[in-house]
Design a protein around this ligand. Structure first.
Ligand code: CP
Ligand code: NVA
Length: 296
């Protein structure tokens, strides 16, 4: 049977996303209650730095009874020219699933094409769908539901914005994205794109932002900071959202750039819960991808 992958987020149905969020809440309440990875390993390939993704996956795999094998490029033959195909074929003989953080989406797709175990995206230049699952979980906790909520994303139209539009849309969240000209994502069904932060934020239950300079964008950092300067999430912008609106950020944050310190550490943020929710949401994802415990 072909493995289930999670590369851009739309591999899951709307019902599966809702089920996953429910399961994540159960796992958050009882972290050691499921052991689908008992005696199994998961490979986690990091071509780019990570704090949250690495720690949440490594800790999550352990809590599910498994063993995480963290692989850096300089430790793999992939960096010496071994193909993604051969890498996938070999890793599939040893591990129950493969996660990868890399730049090119095509590299992840190539790996998935030849893997006989599930492959999941731990961030590419184009997508960050595991982050979006944790973001939805944070909305679910804050509001008791996700369907019918409005989420405004303000800032660079990047991997995080795109995954929120795709995965959030599937879950029934109305996603509005405000980015300056030249920084917008391509249209995503159901998502609203504008260049006006106030318009995006109006009536929003959550106001979300991400870094102005993503990994790989360092060469244009100064231009980006100038072009995005009016897209900072501060208390005044939050005041334009719905009463009780929360602030979200996938982190790492740059207080004073895309978000003020007042919001980042203030009463309206759920950002640190959001960071914790990476582990719970990803455990539910892993359980869904690898299947329940079985006798082997
Ligand atoms: N939000 C996120 O993916 O953080 P890391 O880059 O630290 O993994
Ligand atoms: N957009 C950011 C997200 C970091 C978690 C980046 O790609 O660097």
């Amino acid at each position: 049977m072909a493995p289930r992958h999670f590369l851009v987020g739309d591999e899951l149905t709307s019902a599966e996303i809702h089920g996953l969020l429910q399961r994540a809440l159960e796992l958050k309440a009882a972290p050691l209650s499921a052991r689908p990875l008992d005696g199994r390993s998961v490979a986690l390939i990091f071509h780019r730095p990570s704090t949250r993704t690495r720690v949440s996956f490594e800790a999550g795999v352990f809590e599910l009874g498994g063993n995480a094998i963290v692989l850096r490029p300089d430790e793999m033959q992939l960096s010496r020219g071994e193909s993604p195909r051969d890498t996938a074929l070999v890793l599939s003989r040893h591990v129950a699933a493969i996660g990868m953080r890399t730049g090119p989406d095509q590299l992840l797709a190539d790996l998935a094409q030849y893997a006989s175990v599930p492959v999941f995206n731990m961030l590419t230049a184009g997508h960050h769908p595991c982050q979006a699952l944790a973001d939805l979980l944070t909305l679910r906790e804050a509001f008791g539901r996700v369907e019918g909520l409005k989420l405004a994303y303000v800032g660079d139209g990047n991997n995080v914005a795109r995954s929120l539009a795709i995965v959030g849309g599937l879950a029934g969240v109305e996603v509005a994205i405000a980015s300056p000209a030249g920084y917008a994502i391509e249209p995503v069904a159901g998502a609203t794109l504008t260049d006006d932060p106030a318009e995006a934020v109006r009536g929003a239950h959550a106001v979300y932002t991400d870094v102005w300079v993503s990994m790989g964008d360092e060469e244009t950092a100064d231009t980006r900071r100038r072009d995005l300067a009016a897209y900072r999430v501060d208390d005044a912008l939050l005041d334009l959202a719905a009463p009780g609106a929360i602030a979200l950020h996938d982190l790492p944050a740059h207080p004073g750039e895309e978000i003020t310190a007042e919001v980042l550490y203030g009463d309206r943020q759920r950002i640190w819960d959001q960071a914790e929710n990476r582990r719970h949401a990803q455990k539910a994802l892993l359980e869904l991808l690898v299947g329940p415990s079985e006798v082997r």
